[in-house]
Design a protein around this ligand. Structure first.
Ligand SMILES: [Zn+2]
Length: 308
């Protein structure tokens, strides 16, 4: 589920954004207005507010809910921003503190829900330490909790493009640790969306070396993210993908094994059976069947070796 949130902006701009959101909601509600782009109904008089219009920058946060509407159920528990806050300290060098609403994060993450219920130290102190995790990745998670979007997008081609995949891979792994299935699914969808999108050079770029290593090092064998990477390679990948951005021995063995199995399962069953082909395809002699021992036998020549 993707949650609808307004972005945190200055009060004046926030008001403008809220107006735009209300207008957009009305446009969706009344069928007579549905065909109008919601931007056309927003506050465009103020040029400064234009980039904040519903369908432009915050549009992805506002209108891309699962139902396609900015109106969500009032009792949606994940939308509960009341109650106390938890301090989450992430990383070690240096540790970065974050504050998050307990109700919000516990409704999404089983890890936090378990930490906060019962007689745990974390629950009493309202403090959770994630020493082994990356603050930047946790920030992506928090951003999603509060705003429903993932601030990871990079449209540059090449290694920079791969760094977005890497950020998404880290987010997925964090989602796995925090036991937040919705977040993991959102990250998977973001990866797929990225695979389908073109970079600024007009080409589509796919995840390579470091992303594969990161995912395979930190996910269980049953991970759906692994399956996605395998399927992407089987469907899209030329052989050199496995050497791009990584030395050959840096590609996870499990990944190569799974790609191989997927290829074998996927192959065209109508392809010519190799056991029905002329066997010379597998013989050591050079091109031409006349060099084959079978030709010599047919001609009554019994010398063991053909003249080269
Ligand atoms: Zn032969």
């Amino acid at each position: 589920m993707i949650v609808t949130k307004y972005p945190r902006v200055s009060k004046r701009v926030s008001y403008s954004a809220e107006c735009a959101a209300v207008v957009a909601a009305l446009a969706i509600k009344f069928t007579s207005l549905q065909r109008l782009p919601t931007c056309s109904l927003s506050d465009y008089d103020n040029q400064e507010s234009k980039p904040l219009c519903g369908d432009v920058s915050i549009g992805s946060a506002i209108v891309t809910t699962a139902s396609g509407s900015i109106r969500i159920p009032k009792d949606d528990r994940i939308n509960n921003l009341s109650g106390r806050s938890i301090e989450v300290v992430v990383g070690l060098e240096p540790p970065i503190p974050f504050s998050v609403h307990e109700n919000l994060i516990c409704a999404s993450s089983d890890f936090f829900r378990k930490a906060m219920e019962g007689d745990w130290k974390e629950s009493k102190q309202l403090l959770v330490c994630l020493e082994d995790d990356d603050p930047d990745t946790f920030l992506v998670y928090l951003h999603w909790l509060y705003r429903g979007t993932l601030p990871v997008r990079i449209d540059e081609p090449g290694p920079l493009m791969n760094s977005e995949y890497l950020q998404l891979a880290k987010a997925y792994i964090l989602g796995d640790k925090l036991q937040d299935g919705d977040f993991k699914d959102v990250v998977i969808d973001a990866m797929i969306d990225k695979c389908k999108s073109t970079a600024s050079d007009g080409h589509r770029w796919f995840p390579v070396g470091p992303v594969l290593r990161c995912m395979y090092k930190n996910t269980p064998t049953s991970s759906k993210a692994r399956r996605l990477l395998v399927d992407i390679y089987v469907h899209h990948g030329p052989g050199h993908w496995t050497s791009d951005g990584a030395e050959q021995d840096e590609i996870p063995k499990d990944f190569l094994y799974e790609v191989t199995m997927a290829f074998m399962d996927k192959r065209d069953k109508n392809e010519e059976d190799p056991t029905q082909r002329p066997t010379c395809a597998y013989h050591e002699h050079g091109p031409g069947e006349t060099r084959c021992y079978k030709a010599r036998l047919r001609n009554g020549i019994v010398t063991r070796k053909a003249q080269s």
